[in-house]
Design a protein around this ligand. Structure first.
Ligand code: HEC
Ligand code: HEC
Length: 187
């Protein structure tokens, strides 16, 4: 076999890993906020390690479109092509969900949250254990501050990328939302 063919083969063999390295490199930028080990550097920043890939992709797309407004995330995705968003979504979904070491909600809070969850049928979409699947996010063991902020943002319409969540949250009080966020963060 002529040597040039061997050289081409060798080059082809490195392409997939080079691409993977490229994504890992991009991901280091994300780590400055979402955490080196998956634990976000600020409680208002969500966990993305181990989150469902379909959901991660949809959020990146919505930040880019402006359907979900975020001063921090918009510049991250402004020039990001679709295949890179998909690769990042895939990459982070394969990481293990970090151990945030949170305690379960107390009995009274859990009871209130479960009453809300039952009336709203959260588990119809978020499934058992609030682990979600595909385009529906895992919300169990997500950070309390982030959960509360994002539920409030749905209710006020500040987070406008899911009409269903907005309509649903309008039915609930601040206390209900606090109970939900406390309960979910401790699951
Ligand atoms: C400067 C800090 C910062 C950096 C860097 C950053 N993020 Fe974020 N990210 C945030 C904040 C803050 C939010 C929450 C936005 C909101 O809800 O207002 C967020 C939200 C997200 C979400 C939505 C998660 C959910 O549960 O809804 C995804 C997905 C995400 N970021 C992915 C990434 C990726 C991929 C990168 C790297 C390309 C990245 N982020 C870099 C701060 C950052
Ligand atoms: C009809 C299906 C459905 C029901 C019922 C539902 N959700 Fe959701 N929820 C979704 C989808 C889909 C998203 C993702 C929206 C998006 O694309 O940003 C979401 C997003 C969320 C988020 C944001 C997660 C994140 O990482 O930013 C939270 C928190 C949440 N839901 C909690 C709840 C709770 C609590 C209930 C019950 C009170 C509930 N949901 C009921 C479908 C549903």
């Amino acid at each position: 076999m002529p040597t040039w063919i061997l050289v081409v083969f060798a080059a082809l063999a490195v392409i997939p890993s080079a691409r993977a390295d490229g994504i890992a490199e991009k991901a280091t930028l994300c780590a400055s906020c979402h955490g080196e080990n998956g634990v976000p550097v600020d409680p208002k920043i969500p966990v993305i390690w181990g989150q469902n890939a379909g959901y991660l992709y949809v959020e990146l797309r919505d930040f880019k479109r402006g359907a979900r407004a975020s001063e921090m995330m918009a510049p991250m995705v402004a020039d990001m092509p679709r295949d890179e968003m998909m690769a990042l979504a895939e990459y982070f979904s394969k990481k293990p969900w970090p151990n945030l070491g949170r305690k379960p909600a107390d009995a009274a809070t859990a009871e209130r949250a479960q009453a809300v969850a039952n009336s709203a049928q959260c588990s119809q979409c978020h499934l058992a254990g609030f682990l979600g699947a595909s385009l529906v996010p895992r919300v169990s063991d997500q950070g309390f501050d982030y959960l509360l902020a994002t539920l409030e943002a749905f209710r006020s319409g500040a987070r406008a990328n899911n009409v269903w969540m907005t309509d649903l949250m309008k039915a609930y009080s601040d206390e209900d939302m606090k109970a939900l966020a406390t309960y979910l963060a401790g699951l």
